[in-house]
Design a protein. Structure first.
Length: 450
């Protein structure tokens, strides 16, 4: 934008007044550009006067236009009156300039300031006030944006978060243990483990004060069925020669599928199955006892087993009654729905811990690291105790159930150790992150002190 008064050129088109001379470039009220072409207008007037005026210089009383009056009144300091030397004669020029305007303008009383000029003056005052106020606003914004000091978490909240983290650790350990049992106690796993059991360990395992072999010998009255040809030692040798472990593995798989997976009807060991097992090993019996068992002998065994309620002792309901716990409920405990609910509950407890410590990252990392670390250690210890502890108990007591537990729960122990190791590694990683955060905080504090 160019000032037509002083000729200054400005790059900013939003200026209302010339920076050099103070002349108005735009009307502040309308925003329209003001054409203050004083020089051009004067040239036009001079050309007209030269053409019409006679040769003699007749003084013409020309008063300046309103716009020119405004300029002369608003910025008199910009157009200084030239000094006249006394020797120079007074010349009257036909070309109108700012000097001739001043000379020809007679002193007049101060007119009323138009509204437009009042608006211009107010605009100038506002721009000056804004220039003075702007730094103050920036300072106030800087003060508002100043970082606040972090609030400390109270001791009560820390104690509450510690109590919740202890509960979370216990539940997470239980979830890991149940998941290990779910993966380890399957029908196929138990069948494979039972089939590879040591025959003599099963035969000589003690059950109700007697060995498994002696219990079966007396309850079937095997001595009467063989007419005294077989004693307890011969009967134990007979069982060792047969596929007794395979027979037990098949029945154990059926029990596991029903109790854990809920498959099929309630299983039990029937008298007919025991008698059929003896019949299937007829040749081994003849070789061992030296006596050829007849159909009447097998029927006598069946009757003895019914009278002694042998099959009832191995029913799921009977075992649950003795244990004071319904074995069918195990399927609900080890279901994926139960495991999912417990896992979700652990997640909710962790969210609660985060809210108790006001979502402070340092405290959250610390509590989460402890939860994973201690639950992993607890799961590893429990898994080792399941197998190794049961084996030690069998060595000391010779109890048949301890022997079965030490062997059949071995897959569960392996899964538990693996899951516990994963939790432990996760906890140690989180603790490592917490240690690095503490180190960074110490370095930052040391730098701030300097």
């Amino acid at each position: 934008m160019k000032c037509n008064l002083c000729g200054a050129v400005h790059d900013d088109d939003t200026l209302y007044f010339c920076i050099s001379c103070g002349a108005m470039l735009k009307n502040p009220m309308t925003g329209e550009s003001v054409k203050e072409n004083i020089n051009e207008d004067s040239k036009k007037i001079s050309n007209i006067s030269d053409a019409e005026a006679p040769e003699e210089n007749i003084p013409v009383d020309i008063s300046p236009e309103p716009e020119q009056e405004k300029i002369a009144e608003i910025s008199p300091e910009i157009l200084p009156e030239p000094e006249k030397s006394p020797s120079e004669p007074e010349k009257k020029e036909s070309v109108f300039s700012t000097e001739t305007i001043k000379e020809t303008t007679a002193p007049k009383p101060m007119p009323e300031i138009p509204k437009e000029e009042l608006h211009i003056a107010r605009e100038r005052e506002k721009s000056a006030e804004n220039a003075a106020v702007t730094p103050v606003q920036e300072n106030t914004e800087a003060v508002k944006d100043a970082p606040k000091k972090p609030e400390k978490v109270s001791a009560g909240r820390i104690f509450g978060a510690g109590a919740v983290s202890l509960i979370t650790t216990i539940i997470l350990t239980a979830v890991g243990l149940l998941f290990s049992l779910k993966l380890g106690l399957t029908g196929d796993n138990l069948h494979n483990m039972a089939e590879n059991l040591n025959k003599w360990s099963i035969i000589n395992a003690r059950l109700n004060g007697l060995t498994v072999s002696d219990n079966l010998y007396y309850e079937s009255e095997f001595d009467k069925a063989t007419h005294g040809f077989a004693d307890t030692t011969d009967f134990a040798l007979f069982l060792a020669k047969t596929d007794f472990t395979g027979f037990c593995a098949d029945k154990l798989e059926v029990y596991a599928d029903y109790i854990i997976e809920g498959k099929g009807d309630e299983p039990t060991l029937t008298e007919d199955e025991i008698v059929y097992f003896f019949k299937g090993n007829h040749d081994i019996a003849v070789e061992t006892f030296g006596y050829d068992l007849q159909t009447a002998d097998y029927n006598a065994m069946r009757t003895s087993l019914i009278n002694n309620e042998t099959a009832e002792k191995f029913s799921v309901s009977k075992i649950g009654w003795e244990l004071r716990f319904r074995l069918e409920n195990i399927r609900y405990i080890l279901s994926y729905l139960t495991l999912g609910i417990l896992t979700a509950f652990v997640a909710l407890l962790m969210i609660w811990i985060a809210s108790l410590v006001n979502c402070k990252g340092k405290h959250i990392i610390g509590f989460f690291g402890n939860i994973f670390t201690f639950s992993g250690l607890a799961l590893i210890i429990v898994s080792i105790a399941i197998s190794a502890g049961a084996a030690l108990a069998h060595t000391v007591t010779g109890n048949f159930l301890c022997y079965l537990s030490s062997t059949l729960l071995l897959p569960t122990a392996v899964y538990g150790i693996c899951i516990g190791a994963i939790l432990l590694i996760a906890g140690l990683i989180i603790k490592k992150i917490k240690a690095s955060v503490k180190t960074k905080e110490k370095i930052q504090k040391a730098v701030e002190k300097r």
